[in-house]
Write a protein that binds this ligand. Structure first.
Ligand code: HEC
Length: 453
């Protein structure tokens, strides 16, 4: 059982993408390790976690039934049934886990993971009362021995508690790191001054300080409650004041009492504090050892139309858009190598300006059918709408990107004048110079400026 749990732990701790330098990644052939990468994904993690739960439950059953001889007639059959249940559940969990590699994530999350958890819960809910009934009237064959546990084993429990708190903090960090500056992706942008993710070292330091604070509070609560139960007069009603009052009241009594000679104070508290601080320091150190990078919100440069004088300027800005705000390079390559999506090599020669525009703004315009299916299936476009959030390019920015795509082997037909024309606010909203700016006028003007930018 220990081997099973340790093996499962190993899978659970295997990272999906390794933090690697460029050279390391190249030597490995990608950011995922060819063999270990298989264990890094969610399907493997959920499987091993479910097996860990089942194995821990099994060890609990063994402990529960230890030194008891089952006397009920159906005991043997019930035990065989329990073995059968466990085997089916473990096999089912593993098979669902393996199947999870071959289906879309949404199916795995909605169906397979739920099935795995339900199988485990079913075993727990069925076997617990069954064992209880089975042990009714059982003959005790020996005595349970309690309390023989080496004091040092308590450190494992303390570290366990610390790890749980640290893991929770890390999950928060993972969420923050992957939300890419959106509260709701593509809908509600995070524009606050704090819309950045600190590097891992800083985060690890903050987690450690928070963890230490949290456990100091827990320790304080234990201290308060253990102090106040010594005297009947004080109850936990005056929670935080009580120990000090008690200390004051007992002061004369203690002062008059002879000093105890040679009575060693329990050294455990200090040792535990030492271990905890050491563990957290090691954690912080490890946090600083991995490459540090700050997740800053994307810079929002305003397109300065006045600076554009030639089609060359247009393609240069378009290129920056392509690799920056437009995020095109996340999917497209410009060379011969195949990326996730069509390479845009020579796209300017292949595609008309109208087609490029339509691809960027209405990716669904051409209905793509998958003819490998017997019934032609309609495919949703994978190309995002470029002028809607989250990418949300303005009309002018869109034109620069089109210019850049055209420049890839073709002739750029976008004119700087077109961008300048877009910059002019609609004449209706333009207030006359002499007119005093009425408040509602200002409002509408701001709106126009906003739309135009
Ligand atoms: C999420 C990935 C993704 C991003 C980001 C993306 N595209 Fe695409 N793009 C695609 C896919 C996939 C296609 C193929 C058509 C389809 O499936 O919708 C495509 C098709 C195209 C085509 C047509 C190619 C052809 O040969 O017919 C052009 C041009 C294009 N994208 C330009 C861009 C530009 C410019 C940007 C950035 C502003 C961009 N794309 C951002 C995924 C993406």
């Amino acid at each position: 059982m220990l081997v099973t749990i340790l093996a499962c732990m190993g899978v659970w701790m295997t990272p999906h993408s390794l933090v690697a330098s460029m050279e390391e990644a190249r030597a490995m052939g990608g950011t995922h390790h060819p063999i270990l990468g298989v264990f890094g994904v969610m399907s493997a993690k959920l499987t091993v976690v479910n097996i860990i739960i089942l194995t821990s439950f099994m060890s609990f059953l063994l402990y529960w039934r230890a030194n008891q001889q089952i006397t009920v007639k159906w005991g043997k059959a019930a035990r065989a049934f329990e073995v059968f249940l466990f085997s089916v559940a473990i096999l089912g969990v593993i098979l669902a886990g393996i199947y999870g590699y071959f289906v879309p994530a949404i199916y795995r999350v909605n169906v397979l993971s739920v099935a795995q958890v339900l199988a485990v819960l079913f075993v727990l809910a069925l076997v617990t009362p069954m064992t209880g009934m089975m042990l009714r009237g059982a003959k005790m064959t020996g005595k349970m021995t309690w309390g023989i546990m080496r004091p040092s084993s308590q450190y494992a429990l303390v570290i366990n508690a610390i790890t749980v708190v640290l893991t929770m903090s890390l999950m928060g960090y993972a969420r923050s790191a992957s939300r890419v500056h959106w509260h709701v992706y593509g809908v509600l942008e995070d524009t606050s001054a704090y819309a950045y993710t600190p590097p891992l070292g800083t985060a690890a330091f903050l987690f450690s300080v928070n963890t230490l604070l949290f456990f100091s509070l827990v320790a304080a609560i234990f201290w308060v409650t253990t102090r106040t139960i010594r005297y009947d007069g004080f109850c936990t009603q005056y929670f935080f004041v009580a120990p000090f009052v008690e200390w004051l009241v007992s002061l004369p009594e203690r002062l008059s009492a002879p000093k105890p000679v040679g009575e060693a104070r329990s050294p455990y508290f200090r040792k535990v504090v030492g271990v905890v601080v050491g563990f957290l320091a090691a954690f912080t150190w490890a946090g600083f050892m991995v490459p540090q990078s700050v997740g800053l919100p994307p810079t929002k440069e305003k397109l300065d139309v006045a600076k554009i004088s030639s089609p060359k300027d247009l393609t240069r800005i378009g290129q920056n858009m392509f690799f920056g705000k437009g995020q095109c390079a996340l999917c497209h390559t410009l060379g011969a190598e195949a990326g996730r999506c069509p390479s845009l090599q020579n796209a300017g020669a292949r595609l008309t300006r109208e087609f490029i525009f339509e691809t960027l703004t209405k990716p669904d315009a051409y209905v793509k059918l998958d003819f490998e299916q017997v019934e032609p299936k309609k495919f949703p476009a994978q190309m995002p709408v470029i002028n809607k959030p989250p990418i949300d390019l303005t009309d002018q920015e869109l034109l620069t990107v089109i210019a850049f795509v055209q420049s890839l082997g073709g002739k750029v037909t976008v004119e700087p004048a077109e961008l300048i024309a877009l910059d002019q606010p609609a004449p209706v909203a333009e207030p006359a110079e002499a007119e005093p700016p009425a408040p509602e006028r200002l409002e509408s003007r701001r709106e126009v400026e906003h739309k135009g930018s």
